[in-house]
Design a protein. Structure first.
Length: 154
């Protein structure tokens, strides 16, 4: 579950990414100037790379887009992995610009921007705190402690 450092074809895409998603992640990361490792970790956490995933809350596809967010990002088919990964990278670019920190952008991807903006922190929502901690753990090359609280300190 480490990162691929020796394979030029994978670039900075972690080794846990199925080969068929390496190119779409690299393209989206380059297009939207977002870390390929961050996108890959999100996809693993969101759907475990299942393009047909559906959540009980109504999120769809590999990147788990809610229908309204998919419309906002002109994602016609959330079950199209390449299109969903591109829209995911676009959304993350926007969230990173809006919140200025990876943990806050991840929290906004998971819980929506309103609760994050309200406190300018990772809100005290257990699912969101676990989501942020898991992804940060994956991007640092290890497994995160699921109980780890993540909060921006000023």
């Amino acid at each position: 579950m480490g990162f691929a450092g020796g394979s030029a074809s994978r670039g900075s895409v972690p080794s846990f990414v199925p080969e068929r998603y390496v190119a779409p992640i690299r393209r989206a990361a380059a297009r939207w100037s977002v870390s390929a490792a961050l996108l890959a970790a999100q996809l693993r956490r969101e759907s475990n790379f299942d393009p047909g995933a559906r959540s009980p809350a109504g999120a769809l596809g590999i990147a788990q887009f809610m229908p309204g967010t998919a419309r906002n990002y002109r994602l016609r088919d959330p079950f199209d992995p390449a299109a969903a990964i591109d829209a995911q990278a676009h959304l993350m670019q926007d969230l990173l610009r809006d919140f200025g920190a990876v943990p806050l952008a991840l929290a906004a991807y998971n819980a929506g921007p309103v609760p994050v903006r309200r406190c300018m922190c990772v809100p005290e929502i257990p699912e969101t705190q676990a989501y942020v901690a898991d992804i940060l753990g994956l991007t640092s090359g290890g497994a995160a402690d699921p109980g780890l609280p993540v909060r921006l300190v000023r």
